[in-house]
Design a binder for this molecule. Sequence first.
Ligand code: F6R
Length: 610
Amino acid sequence: MCGIVGYIGEQDATSILLNGLKRLEYRGYDSAGVAVVNGGLTVKKRVGKVSVLDRVLQTEPVSGTVGIGHTRWATHGAPNDLNAHPHTDEDGEIALIHNGIIENYAALKKKLAADGYTFRSETDTEVLVVLIRAFYDELGDMAKAFRYALKQVVGAYGIAMVSAFDPNRLYVARNGSPLAIGIGDGEFIVASDASAIVQHTRQVVYLDDGEMAVIERDRYVTKRIDDDTTVDKEVEEVEFDLAEIEKGGYDHFMLKEIFEQPETIRNAMRGRLDSEASTVRLGGLMNVIDRLRDAQRLIIVGCGTSFHAGLVGEYLIEGLAGIPVEVEYASEFRYRDPIITKDDIVIAISQSGETSDTLAALREAKRRGAMTLGIVNVVGSSIARETDAGVYSHAGPEIGVASTKAFTSQLMVLALMAVKLARMKRMSASEGEAVLAALRELPEKVEYALSRHEQIQEIAKAYAQAPNFLYLGRGYNYPVALEGALKLKEISYIHAEGYPAAEMKHGPIALIDENMPVVFIAAQDGVYNKVVSNIEEVRARNGRVIAITNEGNQQIEGLAEHVIYVPETLPFLSPIINVLPLQLLSYYMAVERGCNVDQPRNLAKSVTVE
Ligand code: F6R
């Protein structure tokens, strides 16, 4: 949420900042701006996408070798030129960009106003830069002013600052919102995530909460904000390639990421299938696996799509391994005074590893003494670092705001965990062998399911103007219905609801008439006949049925207006296949409706505010 980039070196800062902003735009796209040190300080910022700022900078170029850039997802104040970042003090001599929320900004603003400082915007960020200015006026030392101001701030931030008073330094800090420092040769590039850095260097230092850095062209120092002590940080290597964060010929990142799934699913199980022992090997859980096996209860927390993966996880782990599982929205868990004991194990699921609510839920669980595990995609992210152990989902960078490949990789990891635990508890070796065989076949089945994209595109054309959609599924595929509805809502702005199919009778059935498309996930599993009965109920009320079922199931042809066939697999793996047509349907619907697929309105990747 909000993209931050900063540069100090010998090259032209503006073009590096702009490139960085283009890579970070998926984090927010309400407005964009840069501030560059050049004798004084020049700030250019505009409401709208980075391309708008780009055009401004072409006609009004700004040169300099130190600067910061920001792409915004609005929290305080409407998206407009004035509220766009960077923000400066009244004299325009200090410029700051910020990702996060300053909770005590109103009190700070009141005090600063009483001291004679003035404000132009409605943002919390401007209050922080004015506070830094106030300390600078008093102390005449920028590093101290920066640190003293941060000590007064309550809230979450990833920030970067430049100043005309201190033209050869770039200041950054982190508390709750990610910040990475890329180490180049005689230059540094800082960013809220590594995708803006890899083009320049793979050597990265990740700041932890409560840390700041003062960066010059040939050195940097990292310190604790509270007591100014120096912290030695490990330099890490960014693993992914530039190609992974580019569109590679696809019209949208989302489509590219949907079609990457045969490979990402392969990656999620690479090196993790143990044929000899007919089981699964999860290196990241090696030290905690006995505790997991003996756990009285697992609690899964996550948000949005990751929460849906957690719901599938509940069915998987209870169904295969017989361990009780609860799943909760991280945002509820963190504030509702949950009962957690030190015998509980809390599993946080997150693509980004930075979602503020999930991180807070994890910290709450730790505070109450539970062991914490992570299922995380972004290597080195906060959740990955703060959990006691965990499993990476290895989906590679996900840029499309709507999560697709990260979801199926999370499902893969959950399935692997469930199989591992089941083999330790009650699954026989021959059953284990059959599961491994099914897992190995999965990438090809996924590829086959995706090859049906033209049919799905046709269906999308037929329903593109529908105002509502219902998604229904049961058992393992109930969370898939929720996920299908979420995908449609977020990128095509069509109102959609997901329900367990049988729940339809308890309310949603009132919505059904000849204008209501109803998507059924009708996998041929233990609840298939029940789902067929639900389809009949919808048909009896003239609802328009789109059914997803297994190859060869002709029975359903007579019941549904459209049938999308997918390959059969083991029931507990079926969500991984059944969600694919739903991802494609939402994608093509959004394209038909002319929506911005990769940057849906009001959304942003990685929700680092509450
Ligand atoms: C939906 C979507 C969001 C995220 C949610 C959690 O397509 O992307 O609902 O799933 O914001 O994000 P992570 O998984 O990064 O914690």
